[in-house]
Design a protein around this ligand. Structure first.
Ligand code: CP
Length: 307
C-alpha cells in the first residue's frame, strides 16, 4: 500500500481514494496507541507551524486539531474571526496571506461558506485542511466517524449506516456518505422530506422518511442535530412534532429487537434529536468518536506534512 496521500490538501472526502482513507486509518491506529501512553507526544511535526483559522464557532474540532498538533510537537497559532481584523472588512485571502507571511506551513480552516477551503487551496502557498465549510464538507469528522464504526464492528464492508436528522444543512452528512461508500458501507439518510435535499438519491444513498424503518434497516445510526442557525424558513411544523417523529429515545431503540450502534458528531441537543439515556447509554459510541478524532487528525496532519 502507498505510504503517501494522493492529495496535497484535505478539502473534502470527495477527492480522496479508498487507499487514501485506509492509509489515514492505519496511521491513526499508531497514533491512537501514542495518545494512550503515559507520554503522549511524538516529535513528528517539530518545526512545522500550523494555523487554526476558525471563522465559525467550534468546540470539538478546534480542540481536537489543537491537541493533535501539540501531540505531534507542531508550533500552533489560533485565530478566531470574532477577535480579528475580519470584522474591519479584511478579505479571506488577505487575512490568510498575512498569516502565511509569518512562515506558517499548514492551515486548518473552518468557514461558513461552502467551498472556502478549496478556494483557499487554489490561491495560497500552504497545505489546507478543511475543518468544515458551511453545508459542504467536514472531512475529518467523516474519517473519525468511519474509523469509529470500523473499530466497533471490525469492518465497514456491508455495514448499514443510517444518517438521521437535518441532512439539508449538514456538512457531516455529505462527507459521511462519500467516506462510507468509498469504504464499502451502505448508507441511508432519514429525516423529514423538507430536510432531505433532492440530490441525495444521486449520491447513491437510500432515502427513508420513516425513523422506525430506518432503524430496522441499519446497524449504525448517526444522529444529527437540527441546524437552526442555518435555517431561514420553517422546515417542520414544530420542534415537538419533530421530536415525536424523529427523536431517538430508549423506547424506540428497545422496540427494535436488535442493538443499533448510536453515534452523534456533536453538539447534541439533548431531548430533541436524542434523549440523554440513549446518548449516554451502552449502545452509544459518541465519546469514542471524540477520542478517535484526535488520532485521525494526527494522522491527517502527519500525512499531509510528509507530502
Ligand atoms: N462535530 C463538530 O464539528 O463539532 P464542533 O462544531 O464543536 O467542532
Amino acid at each position: 500500500m502507498s505510504q503517501a496521500l494522493s492529495v496535497k490538501h484535505l478539502t473534502g472526502i470527495k477527492n480522496l481514494s479508498p487507499e487514501d482513507i485506509n492509509l489515514v486509518f492505519s496511521t491513526a491506529v499508531n497514533f491512537k496507541e501514542v495518545i494512550n501512553r503515559p507520554i503522549k507526544k511524538v516529535p513528528s511535526l517539530r518545526d512545522v507551524t500550523i494555523a487554526n483559522l476558525f471563522f465559525e464557532n467550534s468546540t470539538r474540532t478546534r480542540i481536537s486539531f489543537e491537541l493533535a498538533e501539540k501531540r505531534l510537537s507542531a508550533d500552533v497559532l489560533n485565530f478566531s474571526s470574532s477577535a480579528s481584523s475580519v470584522s474591519k472588512g479584511e478579505t479571506l485571502i488577505d487575512t490568510v496571506n498575512n498569516i502565511l507571511a509569518m512562515k506558517v506551513d499548514m492551515v486548518v480552516m473552518r468557514h461558513p461558506k461552502p467551498g472556502a477551503a478549496i478556494f483557499l487551496s487554489e490561491r495560497v502557498n500552504a497545505k489546507i485542511i478543511n475543518a468544515g465549510d458551511g453545508t459542504h464538507e467536514h472531512p475529518t469528522q467523516a474519517l473519525l466517524d468511519a474509523y469509529s464504526i470500523k473499530e466497533k464492528h471490525g469492518t465497514l464492508k456491508g455495514i448499514r449506516v443510517a444518517i438521521i436528522g437535518d441532512i439539508m444543512h449538514s456538512r457531516v452528512a455529505l462527507s459521511n456518505i462519500f467516506c462510507l461508500q468509498k469504504c464499502g458501507a451502505e448508507v441511508m439518510v432519514c429525516g423529514p422530506p423538507t430536510l432531505i435535499p433532492k440530490f441525495m438519491e444521486e449520491t447513491g444513498a437510500r432515502v427513508e422518511f420513516n425513523l422506525k424503518k430506518a432503524l430496522q434497516w441499519c446497524d449504525v445510526a448517526n444522529v444529527l442535530r437540527i441546524q437552526l442557525e442555518r435555517q431561514d424558513i420553517k422546515y417542520f411544523p414544530s420542534l415537538r412534532e419533530y421530536i415525536m417523529q424523529y427523536g431517538i429515545n430508549k423506547n424506540v431503540l428497545d422496540g427494535l429487537g436488535k442493538k443499533v450502534t448510536i453515534m452523534h458528531p456533536g453538539p447534541i441537543n439533548r431531548g430533541v434529536e436524542i434523549t440523554s439515556d440513549v446518548a449516554d447509554g451502552s449502545q452509544s459510541i459518541i465519546l469514542d468518536q471524540v477520542e478517535n478524532g484526535v488520532a485521525i487528525r494526527m494522522a491527517v496532519l502527519y500525512l499531509l506534512a510528509s507530502k
